[in-house]
Design a protein. Structure first.
Lengths: 227, 729
C-alpha cells in the first residue's frame, strides 16, 4: 500500500508519521508542499506541526499551499486523507471536514496521554477494530473543536464524529475532556468518511517503549482495511 | 558622534578598558568600533572575570570529541555517532520579558547545537523563580513556561527534563537556563574555524532588525528600578523561521560546501564574524549594505550590534554559492554574500563604499581584558546542635505532607505538560523521572540527560555545593541506567566585582572541578552568567549542571516507579542523619544555618558504579536517587509513580526516626529488587564494599512507616501533585 506524507514548512511530525507508516507496511513517500502533483497513493497524510508557524489561524496558510489543491481533488474523488493535529487544523481550514479548532480551554499547550472512544466503525479507518477505548497521545495548543448548532446536527445526523475523549471505561463525560472540545469531539469525518481529522497522535504510540502501543493497533488495522 | 570616555562608560566599558582600546588602536575608535569593542569585551562574551578559573576545569577525556570553545561540546557515543550539547542562560531578558526571553533562550541554544551539524533531539531547562509569595512570581513562571513551550514545541524538539525551584533570592532576578542535545555523525561535525583566503562569507536566516541591540551588554549589568526601560534590548523569537533554518542548514551540511559556520547569538554579526576569523587566524571584510535588513536606514552600528534571532554566518567554499542559495531559497530564507575572508587579520567593515571600521581582530579577542578578581573564601559553617527531644513533637505524616507539597519538591507536571515531550517518537523516559531519556533514532542506544542545581548547598558552602551538584547529576544518570559521560555547566552568580559573590563563583567552580575530575565526568561546554542581582542583592550561587549519559541497550533503561508487590527495597549508601541545610531543617525547623551534607567522592563513584553493575546484570527493577527531602521523599515518589505502597523495616540505627527519614546524606539510591535475587545483589554490594540497608518491602496501597504511621497512596499523591496547579490556577 502506498502512502504520502505532506511536508509543509513548519511540519514537525512528518518524520514520525513516515516512520510509523513504513513500520506497519506502507510504502511511504514524502511530498513537498510546493509540488503540484501527489504521487499515486492509497492514503495521504497531513502531519502535525506548526505549518507556516501557525501565525495566522492554525492551518490556514497551509490550506492554501500548492499541493493542497491536489489533496482536495484526491479527497473529492474518494481518496483517503488523514490529518493529525496540525493536519486536522489544515483539513478544517480547507473545508474538507466541518468545524473549527479553537485554542484549548485553559489557553495552555497540553501534552499527555488521553483515552478516546472509537465506536464509529462504518468507515475505512476504524472498520474491524476489535476494541472501543484507546489510549492515545495529544500535544496541541488549538484542539478545542467547535462548530455551529446546525453543523453539529448535520454531523450527528451523518454519523461524522470519529473519536471522542473519554475515560478508561469509555465514559465520554465533560470531565474527561482535556481541551474544551464541543461534545468531547477529538476527531471528525467528512460526509463520505474518506477524510479523517483528529487531534491525537497515533504515530507517537507505536512501540512498548513509548507512551503506549495503541497507535500500532490503529495503523495495522488501517493497512488491512486498505489492502 | 565623536567617541569619548563617557560614551565608552555608557557602553558598559570601564575607564581603564577604554584607555586600553585607545592604546591598542593607537587612536580613538569611532562609534561603530566602540560598539564592537563593548560587545566583545563585556562579561557575557569575553568571560573576563571567569576565564582564569574556568581554565582549571577538567575538559578532556576518552569520550570527548570537542570541549569548551566551540558552539557546543561534543561527545562520542560509539558506532560513529556523537552527541552535541550545551546549556546557556537567558536570565536577564527573561526577567524583563518572560515569554520572549525564555523563548529566545531556547532558540539560541538549539542554534548552537545545529550549527555544529547536529539535529536537536532533546531540550531541557533549569528555571528558578522568586518566592511563591512574591507578586511577580506567578506571571514570570507562566511567561517563561509559555515561552519555552512556544519555541521548543514549534521546533518539534521534545523537552524531556528540567528543574524548577523557588527561592526569595530570585525575587528580582529569575534564572532561565536552556539546554539542548543534538545527534550528529562523528565525521560530519561542523566547526566555527574559518580557513582559506577570499572565501565568501554568507549571511542566512532572518533579516536584521533593531531588536536586541546591546543584549549582551544588558546581560552583563545588574538590574535597578529602570529595568522596564531595557525591554527593547530583549530579542523577539520566531521559532518557525528557526525550524526552516534548521532544515536548510542540515540540508546544506549534507554536502561539502561549508568551511565554517557560526550562529549569530550574543553580539550578533559582531561576535560571529570575529570568532570565525579569529579561530582561523584570518581577517574578514564585510559589506554592510549587503546585510538583509528588516528596517530601512539601519546604521553600521545597529547592523553590527543587532541581536535579531535565527541568523547564521557561513564561510563557504568558492563556487558553492549557487548550491547553497538554492537550498535557502527552497526554505524561503534570506541568503546574501556579505563579505570574504582576507589576510589582513583585521575586521574591516564597509558601508556606502566607505570603510566604517577597521580593527585588528587580536585586539578584540586575545587582548580582551582578563581579571583576577578579589574573592572571599567561605568557611564551612558549624554544625547545628539539634535537640532530638524536639523531634518528638512532630507527626511524621504531617511533616511528610509539608515536604511533599513544598514548591521545590512537588510535582512539576503543570509545567512539563505544556512542553511537547514526545515529538520525534523516541522519548522513552518523560519528564518527572531522574533523567529524561531519548533513543538514538533507529538504534538500540539511548541518551539520558538531566539538569540539576542545589543553590542552598552552594550558598551554605560553595565548595561542597559545587561538588554536590555534579554528583547529583551523576546519580540522576545512573538511576536510569545510563553511564555518565560528560557535563555542561551554566554558572549563575551575582556580581564578580563583589568579593563574596566572586568567592562563591571561585569555590563552586573548584568544587565542580574536583568532582568532575574524580568521577571522570568532564565539562565540555557551558556559559557564565554574572550580575544576577538587583541593586546590591545577589542571587544564591546557582551553578546548573547538565549531565549526559549513554544507555547501550534502551531496553535496560530503569524508571523509578515501584514495579511489583513483595519486591524488596534497599537503600544503597550510608544514612548518617545529616539534617543541616536539608528541607526538613530549613522548612520545618526553620533553621537556615549549618553546613550542607558532606560529599565523599570515593563513595559517590563506588556506589554509582555498583548500581550500574546491578542494573546491567538485570537485578534492579526500579531505582531513584535520594536527594532533597531524604529517603521518605524518594520512596514516596516511587510509590506515587508505581501506584504501590511500602512497609518500612525498623531502622537499625542510633539516630532518630526523623533523622533517618528526612536527612540528606549524599551518595544514596533506593532500589527495588526481586527477593529471589537478594543474595546475588548482596554479594555484589559486599564485594564492592558498598554500604546498604534493607529499607522495606513493596505492598499494595499504603506506606506503612511504623505502627502508628500509615499513609495511603492517594494521600501521597494529593500531597505531591496539587500545589503547583492550585498555585497557578
Amino acid at each position: 500500500m502506498k502512502s504520502a506524507v505532506i511536508t509543509f514548512p513548519g511540519s514537525n511530525c512528518d518524520r514520525d508519521m513516515h516512520v510509523a507508516l513504513n513500520k506497519f507496511g506502507f510504502k511511504n513517500k514524502m511530498v513537498w508542499h510546493n509540488d503540484n502533483e501527489l504521487p499515486k497513493s492509497d492514503l495521504v497524510v497531513l502531519p502535525g506541526g506548526f505549518s507556516y508557524g501557525d501565525y495566522l489561524r492554525c492551518g490556514s496558510m497551509a490550506s492554501k499551499s500548492k499541493i493542497m489543491q491536489s489533496v482536495i481533488n484526491f479527497a473529492k474523488s474518494g481518496g483517503l486523507v488523514m490529518g493529525i493535529c496540525n493536519g486536522f487544523q489544515i483539513l478544517v481550514e480547507s473545508g474538507l471536514v466541518p468545524g473549527v479548532l479553537l485554542r484549548n480551554r485553559y489557553l495552555e499547550f497540553i501534552c499527555k496521554n488521553v483515552f478516546v472512544k472509537i465506536d464509529n466503525k462504518d468507515n475505512p479507518y476504524f472498520k474491524n477494530l476489535d476494541k472501543e477505548v484507546f489510549e492515545l497521545h495529544i500535544a496541541h495548543n488549538e484542539g478545542n473543536y467547535f462548530c455551529t448548532n446546525d453543523q453539529l446536527k448535520e454531523i450527528q445526523d451523518n454519523n461524522q464524529v470519529a473519536i471522542y475523549y473519554c475515560n478508561d471505561n469509555g465514559k465520554t463525560e465533560e470531565k474527561f475532556n482535556p481541551n474544551g472540545s464541543l461534545n468531547n469531539i477529538a476527531g471528525i469525518f467528512n460526509k463520505k468518511k474518506n477524510v479523517l481529522g483528529m487531534m491525537p497522535h497515533p504515530e507517537r504510540m507505536i512501540d512498548e517503549s513509548l507512551s503506549g502501543e495503541d497507535g500500532s493497533i490503529f495503523f495495522k488495522n488501517l493497512l488491512n482495511n486498505i489492502k | 558622534m565623536k567617541v569619548n570616555e563617557q560614551i565608552a562608560i555608557d557602553h558598559g566599558l570601564k575607564k581603564e578598558e577604554y584607555k586600553k582600546i585607545c592604546d591598542l588602536l593607537k587612536r580613538v575608535p569611532n562609534l561603530t568600533e566602540l560598539g564592537i569593542f563593548s560587545a566583545m569585551w563585556n562579561e557575557h562574551c569575553s568571560y573576563k572575570s571567569s576565564r582564569l578559573h574556568l581554565k582549571k576545569l577538567p575538559t578532556s577525556g576518552k569520550k570527548v570529541i570537542q570541549g569548551p570553545g566551540e558552539n557546543a561540546g561534543v561527545i562520542d557515543i560509539e558506532d560513529g555517532d556523537a552527541i552535541v550539547f550545551k546549556i546557556e542562560s537567558h536570565n536577564h531578558p527573561s526577567f524583563i520579558e518572560p515569554y520572549q526571553g525564555a523563548a529566545t533562550g531556547v532558540g539560541g541554544i538549539m542554534r548552537d547545537v545545529f550549527t555544529m551539524g547536529a539535529r536537536p533531539i532533546a531540550n531541557l531547562n533549569s528555571i528558578h523563580f522568586g518566592s511563591s509569595q512574591h507578586k511577580k512570581t506567578k506571571n514570570l513562571l507562566r511567561g517563561v513556561v509559555h515561552g519555552i513551550g512556544g519555541y521548543g514545541n514549534c521546533m518539534g524538539v521534545p523537552t524531556i527534563a528540567g528543574q524548577t525551584s523557588f527561592d526569595s533570592s530570585y525575587n528580582g532576578n529569575i534564572l532561565v537556563n536552556a539546554m539542548t542535545l543534538g545527534l550528529v555523525k562523528k565525521n560530519k561535525i561542523f566547526y566555527s574555524k574559518a580557513a582559506g583566503l577570499n572565501k565568501p562569507v554568507i549571511y542566512v536566516g532572518s533579516k536584521t532588525g533593531r531588536d536586541g541591540i546591546h543584549g549582551a551588554s544588558m546581560a552583563s549589568a545588574s538590574f535597578d528600578e529602570k529595568i522596564e526601560e531595557k525591554k527593547p534590548t530583549v530579542q523577539v523569537g520566531d521559532p518557525f523561521t528557526e525550524k526552516l533554518l534548521l532544515e536548510a542548514c542540515l540540508e546544506l551540511m549534507a554536502g561539502d560546501s561549508i568551511i565554517a559556520i557560526q550562529d549569530m547569538g550574543a553580539a550578533g554579526l559582531t561576535s560571529s564574524s570575529i570568532e570565525m576569523a579569529s579561530k582561523g587566524n584570518l581577517g574578514i571584510e564585510l559589506n554592510l549594505n549587503k546585510v538583509p535588513c528588516r528596517e530601512s536606514k539601519m546604521t553600521p552600528y545597529e547592523i553590527m550590534l543587532s541581536e535579531s534571532q535565527e541568523r547564521m554566518l557561513i564561510v563557504l567554499e568558492n563556487g558553492k554559492e549557487d548550491i547553497a542559495k538554492k537550498i535557502f531559497d527552497k526554505w524561503d530564507l534570506d541568503f546574501a554574500i556579505i563579505g570574504k575572508t582576507t589576510n589582513s587579520k583585521n575586521i574591516e567593515l564597509f558601508y556606502n563604499e566607505k570603510q566604517v571600521a577597521s580593527i585588528p581582530i587580536n585586539t578584540l579577542v586575545e587582548n580582551s581584558p582578563m581579571y583576577d578578581r578579589k574573592w572571599k573564601k567561605t568557611k564551612l559553617p558549624k554544625k547545628n546542635l539539634i535537640k532530638k527531644e524536639e523531634f518528638k513533637k512532630f507527626k511524621i505524616k504531617e511533616v511528610l505532607n509539608k515536604i511533599l507539597s513544598n514548591p521545590n519538591v512537588c510535582s512539576k507536571e503543570w509545567i512539563w505538560q505544556q512542553y511537547d515531550h514526545t515529538v520525534m517518537g523516541d522519548t522513552i523516559q518523560k519528564p518527572g523521572g531522574d533523567s529524561g531519556v531519548v533513543r538514538v533514532h533507529g538504534t538500540d542506544k539511548a541518551v539520558a540527560a538531566t539538569v540539576d542545581s542545589s543553590a542552598i548547598y552552594c550558598w551554605a558552602h560553595p565548595l561542597t555545593g559545587g561538588k554536590q551538584v555534579v554528583c547529583e547529576s551523576w546519580r540522576n544518570l545512573i538511576s536510569v541506567g545510563a553511564t555518565p559521560i560528560a557535563i555542561t555547566n551554566c554558572l549563575n552568580f551575582g556580581s564578580p566585582e563583589k568579593e563574596e559573590n566572586m568567592g562563591e563563583f571561585v569555590e563552586c567552580v573548584q568544587g565542580i572541578g574536583e568532582a568532575c575530575e574524580y568521577l571522570k565526568f568532564p565539562v565540555v561546554s557551558g556559559n557564565v552568567s554574572f550580575y544576577n542581582q538587583t541593586k546590591e542583592i545577589g542571587i544564591k550561587p546557582t551553578p546548573s549542571i547538565g549531565g549526559v549519559g549513554l544507555i547501550k541497550n534502551y531496553k535496560q533503561m530503569i524508571t523509578m516507579d515501584f514495579k511489583e508487590i513483595n519486591n524488596l527495597v534497599l537503600i544503597i549508601g550510608k544514612t548518617e542523619g545529616h539534617l543541616d541545610q536539608s528541607l526538613f531543617s530549613r522548612n520545618i525547623l526553620n533553621e537556615k544555618n549549618g553546613p550542607p551534607p558532606e560529599i565523599n567522592l570515593f563513595n559517590e563513584k563506588n556506589n554509582g558504579e555498583t548500581i550500574l553493575q546491578l542494573i546491567k546484570s538485570n537485578l534492579v527493577r526500579s531505582a531513584h536517587d535520594v536527594s532533597i527531602g531524604g529517603i521518605i521523599t524518594a520512596v514516596s515518589k516511587m510509590c506515587i509513580k508505581g501506584n504501590k505502597g511500602i512497609e518500612f523495616n525498623k531502622p537499625k540505627y542510633f539516630i532518630s526516626e526523623i533523622e533517618y527519614l528526612f536527612c540528606e546524606d549524599q551518595g544514596r539510591y533506593v532500589i527495588e529488587i526481586d527477593p529471589k535475587n537478594l543474595k546475588k545483589v548482596i554479594s555484589i554490594l559486599n564485594k564492592n564494599s558498598v554500604h546498604f540497608d534493607e529499607l522495606g518491602k513493596i505492598i499494595d496501597k499504603n506506606m506503612i512507616i511504623n505502627q502508628k504511621t500509615k499513609v495511603t497512596i492517594d494521600e501521597l499523591k494529593s500531597y505531591n501533585t496539587n500545589w503547583l496547579s492550585n498555585y497557578m490556577n
